[in-house]
Design a protein around this ligand. Structure first.
Ligand SMILES: [Zn+2]
Length: 324
């Protein structure tokens, strides 16, 4: 193995490579409450801080709240428009649609990967799914916390799992080469996806239930099921999902250790959820502090190769395998 990319001296501007599987910044861009390019924002993430943090590829989720109901498709398109306003108008950030696009990124340029969070975006139509794919959407979180036309989210009282339409969506996403994001899914919906999908899945922003009993976190059984099929899990910085008493970067590293122990280092990735929660995780307060992760992992005993896998290698492998 050559020198890891994140510490290669040949790279002109970036000392660290990170691929972050989830943020909610598009909503702030749409509202006009941040200046994404200039920085100095109260939010978690903008272009100067992505660059300072060593982020090479950022997933941007178009989040569709269940209250949007019949307006979900319009809201999705509105946020896709916000995506192109940030990733299509500046030479320091470019949209990336596949593995090859990511490899072609020049030093100092951030890749923006478009995703949708919430199947309400589909308006119960596979045609809309295909059109979103044509617009560049490469991942879909099937549900948020509640029930929708695809299946049940994690906060439902009676878990009925995937619907027949949800099954069709899984098959069509397999065919199109889209990442199926299982974060937020109820246990039955998640196992339904794992039974049906021909491709490994992504849990873009979830931690370990064994360490923090939050309903959004994954049980050891779920971690094993996702990882044994080649799937990837992005640890998230939502403080209440890290630790109920004293959330910190150290407690987040405990989740990384646990994922590595239960599912192996090939399943571990980063999924900050920046701008998707209030407050911050000490040690990883904003995207600029992502650079703290590599030294913290080394201190925990991970070798260079394992650090690479966690920070970007596993997600890139998944993109290469599923999206192409
Ligand atoms: Zn979320």
């Amino acid at each position: 193995m050559d020198v890891p990319v994140w510490q290669s001296e040949n790279r002109e501007e970036q000392a660290i490579w990170i691929v972050d599987a989830h943020c909610d910044t598009l909503q702030l861009v749409r509202r006009g409450t941040i200046d994404f390019f200039v920085g100095h924002n109260q939010s978690h993430l903008d272009l100067p801080r992505l660059t300072a943090g060593g982020v090479k590829v950022q997933f941007f989720a178009a989040f569709i709240h269940p209250d949007e109901r019949t307006k979900g498709v319009a809201r999705a398109l509105d946020l896709v428009d916000a995506f192109f306003s940030l990733a299509g108008s500046c030479d320091r950030i470019r949209p990336v649609y596949c593995y090859h696009d990511i490899l072609q990124l020049h030093p100092g340029v951030v890749g923006a990967f478009l995703t949708v969070e919430g199947g309400e975006a589909l308006g119960e139509s596979l045609g809309v799914l295909r059109m979103l794919h044509r617009l560049g959407v490469r991942a879909l979180t099937l549900t948020w916390n509640y029930r929708n036309a695809l299946g049940d989210g994690v906060f439902v009282t009676e878990d009925l799992g995937l619907t027949p339409f949800g099954l069709d969506v899984v098959r069509e996403m397999n065919r199109l080469g889209m990442l199926i994001d299982v974060s937020h899914l109820s246990p039955r919906t998640l196992s339904g996806v794992l039974n049906e999908s021909r491709h490994p899945v992504l849990a873009s922003h979830s931690n370990c239930y064994a360490l923090c009993a939050h309903p959004r976190n994954l049980t050891d059984e779920q971690i094993k099921a996702i990882s044994s099929a080649g799937g990837v899990i992005g640890v998230t910085f939502v403080p209440t999902m890290v630790n109920t008493e004293k959330p910190s970067i150290d407690r987040l590293l405990d989740h990384i250790d646990h994922l590595a122990n239960v599912g192996g280092t090939d399943c571990v990735a980063i999924g900050s959820d920046f701008d998707g929660f209030s407050g911050f995780l000490p040690g990883l307060k904003h995207a600029g502090e992502l650079k703290n992760l590599a030294p913290a992992l080394i201190k925990r005993g991970y070798n260079d190769y394992q650090v690479e896998k966690v920070l970007y290698g596993n997600l890139l492998r998944l993109i290469k395998e599923v999206v192409g």
